[in-house]
Design a protein around this ligand. Structure first.
Ligand code: HSE
Length: 437
């Protein structure tokens, strides 16, 4: 039976999960593959900390050259994370004709186009299933299972840490910092959790999905990003009152050749399937012309779920190697010559319904002044709730409005004026409401 040799760089949480699967499920994998996947080397700066895995002798090394460029290693798994030295190592491996599996969405969002070009030039594969939505096989689905479809939109909950935090804040009234700490302890969060809570990690993943959906080069900078740090417990209470849940959504749509790609906290009707995705779970909701709507659901972060996706990539590449058929599937699903820059619609040009929470002084005519400015800017109000009041002129009250569909640039123009009024105590909270995803 053919032997395919694997080198792993980065022996953290996910690396330990991959080693565990490769060692413990060796037989099951070879029964499916008809070849042996051997974990030959693991390179990390720290080879003394006990990861709870019993490794065969001689596997661990601090010498990267025992993996990258080692002619005995067929496939390199990059699980270092971050931009450098991950980019340098992946590039070196590809140039040494080693195929690579990575879980590194930040790397692909920033350098994916160059790295895919390097893989092509060297006739090797660069696979990245674990980079988006953890264990959910969404890359394989979009690259292979949906090839007969034109994709109209992809929406998802792509960050386990944020979904965990929003779920606990919404259901239990939990405090943001405490829940974030638990998510870090559970191994969900990035090394720098601001990537999670500021929406950056979700945007990295959406950049990849947008390319797979619409045949565009990966362009992270075109994605509008807002995180979850400004959402307050009171917003969850109002959302409930309106029949909505708050999720950090990644949204990519192609409307008449214009691509909208955005990440922000979103209110979605509580009956929508994405509203039911809680805790660390992720989901991707795709609207495609032949299949119609479909939902992909599973654990979006964590040791074994992510390791499952890494091993799936390894087996795919090993099967390609076994048939002398590397580069069987184009990196971003479409032939390279069909990948275009993409015509992105700026956020100011999008339309949405909005939830607006004004923090206003409890004075007469507050409502009419806010409503007047919104009306002057073409924004129509669907409902109004006022909370508190009656405690004197200097007390603040929460005035919450739900708008009908409006243009973002009109809303921003109105809020610029409203937030300068002397009756407004602090900047207005805005959450987009999406009812027709
Ligand atoms: N920090 C990421 C998350 C890990 O919470 O989803 C998986 O990409």
């Amino acid at each position: 039976m053919k032997n395919i040799n694997i080198g792993l760089i980065g022996f953290g949480t996910i690396g330990a999960g991959v080693a565990k699967i490769l060692l413990e499920s060796r037989q099951g994998i070879s029964d499916r593959m008809g070849a042996e996947l051997n974990l030959n080397k693991i390179a990390d700066l720290d080879i003394t900390t006990d990861r709870g895995i019993k490794l065969p002798d001689g596997i661990l090394t601090t010498d990267i050259d025992q993996v990258i460029g080692n002619p005995e290693i067929d496939i390199v798994i990059e699980l270092i994370g971050g931009y450098e030295p991950a980019r340098t190592f992946v590039e070196r491996a590809l140039k040494n004709k080693q195929s690579v599996v990575t879980a590194n969405k930040a790397l692909l969002a920033k350098h994916g186009n160059e790295l895919f070009a390097t893989a092509r030039e060297n006739g090797v594969d660069l696979y990245y299933e674990a980079s988006v939505a953890g264990g959910i096989p969404i890359i394989k689905t979009m690259r292979e299972a949906l090839v007969g479809n034109q994709i109209n939109s992809v929406c998802g909950i792509l960050n386990g840490t944020c979904n965990y935090i929003l779920t606990k804040m919404g259901d239990e009234g939990a405090n943001f910092d405490e829940v974030l700490k638990t998510a870090q302890e559970l191994g969900y969060a990035e090394a720098d959790p601001t990537f999670d809570v500021e929406g950056i990690d979700t945007a990295h993943k959406l950049a990849i999905l947008t390319s797979l959906a619409f045949a565009t080069a990966i362009d992270y900078k075109k994605i509008h990003v807002e995180g979850i740090c400004n959402i307050k417990p009171v917003d969850f209470a109002f959302a409930r009152e309106f029949g909505y849940k708050i999720k950090l959504l990644a949204i990519a749509k192609n409307e008449g050749g214009y691509i909208e790609a955005r990440v922000h906290p979103t209110m979605i009707p509580k009956e929508h399937m994405l509203a039911k995705i809680d805790d660390v779970f992720n989901a991707v909701f795709i609207n495609a012309d032949a299949l119609g709507p479909s939902l992909y659901y599973g654990q979006g972060a964590g040791m074994m779920a992510t390791a499952s996706a890494v091993v799936a990539d390894l087996v795919d590449i090993a099967r390609n190697l076994n048939c002398n058929n590397l580069r069987r599937i184009p990196d971003l699903s479409f032939q390279d010559s069909k990948i275009m820059p993409g015509n992105y619609r700026p956020i100011s040009e999008i339309s949405s319904q909005y939830y607006l929470r004004f923090s206003a002084l409890d004075k007469t005519s507050v409502l009419s002044r806010i409503a007047g400015i919104l009306g002057d800017n073409g924004i129509s109000i669907a409902s109004v709730i006022q909370q508190g009041g009656g405690q004197g002129d200097s007390a603040t009250v929460a005035v919450v409005m739900q708008t009908h569909k409006a243009q973002e640039k009109n809303l921003r123009a109105a809020l610029n004026k409203i937030d300068q009024l002397e009756i407004i105590a602090s900047p207005t909270t805005v959450i987009r409401m999406e009812s027709d995803l």
